[in-house]
Ligand binder design. Structure first.
Ligand code: ADP
Ligand code: MG
Length: 340
């Protein structure tokens, strides 16, 4: 018995550090999809294509027509804590890009093979860099970037065991695309699963894109809202309570364009619907909170799905009133549609 003999403190090998970090960032194929889509948006893409094979376990590919990566920086793109997006604490505090940690691609490359093909507008040709190769080589390609991720978790079978069937993982990947697409209506998105096109969002108006998120049931049963000052406002589409869902699977909330699952926000909406939605039914909504970036901390979690508000009561109030007032106005206009 007794404790094991103490071992000396030693720095962890770099690959192990990345694999540990990858546990937080790369939980499943859909997390890879989210990171790659966010990178494409940060690069200013106007068209993004996602391809998934075998639930993303065999291959995930995201192509964009954004600004590209110079050939000389391809190795850095795969290096941990290397980013083109911030360079100081001041820049972190007013970060406007979706990424800023500079660890997603490095984390992914620690649990998969990654190949980046990219070309900037002024480059004579594209270059391709494979995480398994030692240098970038010339390739064919137009301006923009394609990131391919092969054989996810093949080197970490313990993690692979936690994955569900390819069909389920693919569904999560498409859900990740939908979440990103709803907040970026000016960008065209399409997705293929095992060669079959499953999603095709043309660039257009936000209402149209948001309605796609609510689903056809809500084509006539929704209300658009847009209230509050630029520093704390709420806009979006509310599904009217005449249509409700058994599952809470059509609830999309964004803070300054970033998809979040936040208790304060979800509670505020649930409370606003409480009068008009019965028992175990769920509302559908696509809501965008805009808030002074200084009043919200997005640097809480590596996957950045959580946020922290400086004044969460004020945020709760703003969301609650915006939603409740809109639902009341709608019920007053269409009394015959009121439930119960
Ligand atoms: P972060 O997004 O936090 O900077 P990543 O590991 O996701 O970290 O990406 C590292 C860097 O690689 C980015 O800062 C960016 O310069 C570059 N990069 C990644 N994906 C793309 C892309 N699709 N287009 C252009 N540059 C990209
Ligand atoms: Mg990123």
């Amino acid at each position: 018995g007794g404790p094991a003999p103490r071992r000396p403190i030693r720095p962890l090998p770099d690959t192990l550090v990345s694999q540990i970090a990858a546990g937080e960032v790369v939980e499943r194929p859909a997390s890879v999809v989210k990171e790659l889509l966010e990178n494409a948006l940060d690069a200013g893409a106007s068209r993004i294509e996602l391809r998934i094979e075998e639930g993303g376990m065999r291959r995930i590919s995201v192509s964009d027509d954004g600004g590209g990566i110079p050939a000389g920086e391809l190795a850095l793109a795969l290096t941990r804590h290397a980013t083109s997006k911030i360079g100081s604490l001041e820049e972190l505090e007013r970060v406007g890009t979706l990424g800023f940690r500079g660890e997603a691609l490095a984390s992914i490359a620690s649990v998969a093979r990654v190949r980046i093909t990219s070309r900037t507008a002024d480059a004579p040709h594209a270059s391709v860099r494979d995480s398994a190769a030692s240098e970038a080589v010339p390739a064919a390609g137009t301006t923009g970037t394609t990131v391919e991720v092969f054989d996810l978790y093949s080197a970490t079978p313990a993690r692979r065991k936690f994955l569900k069937t390819p069909g389920t993982e693919a569904a999560h990947c498409i859900e990740a695309l939908r979440r990103v697409a709803l907040a970026h209506p000016g960008v065209a998105f399409s997705a293929w699963v095992d060669g079959r096109r499953v999603e095709d969002f043309g660039a257009g108006a936000w209402q149209e894109r948001a309605l796609g998120g609510l689903g056809e049931d809500y084509a006539r049963a929704h209300r658009a809202i847009d209230t509050g000052p630029p520093t704390l406002g709420v806009s979006g589409l509310l599904g009217l309570p005449t249509v409700s869902r058994a599952r809470a699977d059509r609830q999309f909330f964004y803070v300054n364009g970033r998809f979040v699952r936040d208790r304060v926000l979800m509670h505020a909406v649930r409370q606003a619907y409480a009068d008009v939605l019965h028992g175990d039914r769920h509302a559908a909504y696509v809501l965008f909170l805009r808030i002074d970036p200084a009043l919200v901390d997005v640097n809480v979690h590596p996957a950045k799905i959580e946020v922290r508000f400086r004044d969460s009561q004020a945020v709760h109030r703003a969301v609650f009133h915006a939603v409740r007032d809109a639902l009341r106005a709608s019920a007053a206009e269409h009394p015959s549609l009121a439930p119960g």
